[in-house]
Design a protein around this ligand. Sequence first.
Ligand SMILES: [Zn+2]
Ligand SMILES: [Zn+2]
Length: 333
Amino acid sequence: MKAAILKNQQLIETRPLQLGEFPKPKPQPDEVLIRVSACGVCRTDLHIIEGDLPVTHFPLVPGHQIVGKIVESGSSCVRFKIGDRIGIPWLRKVCGTCPYCVNGRENLCDSSQYTGYHANGGYAEFATVPEDFAYPIPENLTDEQAAPLLCAGIIGYRAFKKSSSHLGGKLGIFGFGSSAHIIIQIALHKEREVFVISRGEKHRKLAEELGARWVGRSAELLPVKLDSAIVFAPAGEVVPAALKSVDKGGTVVLAGIHLTDIPALSYEEHLFHEKKLVSVESNTRQDGNELFQEAAGIKLIPYTTSFPLSEANEALIKLKQDEITGTAVLKIQ
Ligand SMILES: [Zn+2]
Ligand SMILES: [Zn+2]
């Protein structure tokens, strides 16, 4: 099969993904094999490719927001049938027995595995997933629209839950890329007032279009104190500003898997008055199921820009340069 293959970690500008032939994966007994239709491009792919996250095996096929139809099932699979349209997400496997797994916190499992990282992903014509970790895709979404929900959507949704934002609450969003443009749609549907801080003019325009109450370049310009904030930007220097922007008792959620160092904080200015700073690690399947329920019930439409598989490097370069509005999606077939 054709795949975009990573042989070693390098800056994306050197175009490290090589389009070539790669062995078609065989599903294990508990796995299904899909013919990939679309695969969303995630900032985590960039972190994996560029070496911000350690990789244990090469060659690696990245990609963990994968949509396609099942073409083969492992011998013990019972959940889906051939031809079903499913999504393959970031969270691929957990042990099921550790204290985190048995207490409903499988996102913290010590032995968790991730698609496009521990196992090959969806920058390819075929991909596998343990059937228990796949999601059926709601009919109201195209393959291309569904792909960004599989990581950007699910992780953003977990971040939204962690923000403890309440009905009518003022929610700040710092950084307005793939995840943020999905979560604003859910937050508005749930009657939050959303304030967006982004340096990118294109991103601010999209935030306005989607219905943000206020959009600006800098948190210092915010017209009100926020009840909570989610930081999607991978930049640690945003964190003090986000903490200052929330009111007493407010929560700031860090949604990224990788963040540059956070500058020194002042206790009085940034944390006192019972402010909370919370990170998000991956997600549980419960988060994913809830997100897809939301997506089936409301008109949740991710904005996508598609690229052919042969332009995976270009899609990632554009993502790095902040030139993608919404989510970049590789159209495989
Ligand atoms: Zn576990
Ligand atoms: Zn991701």
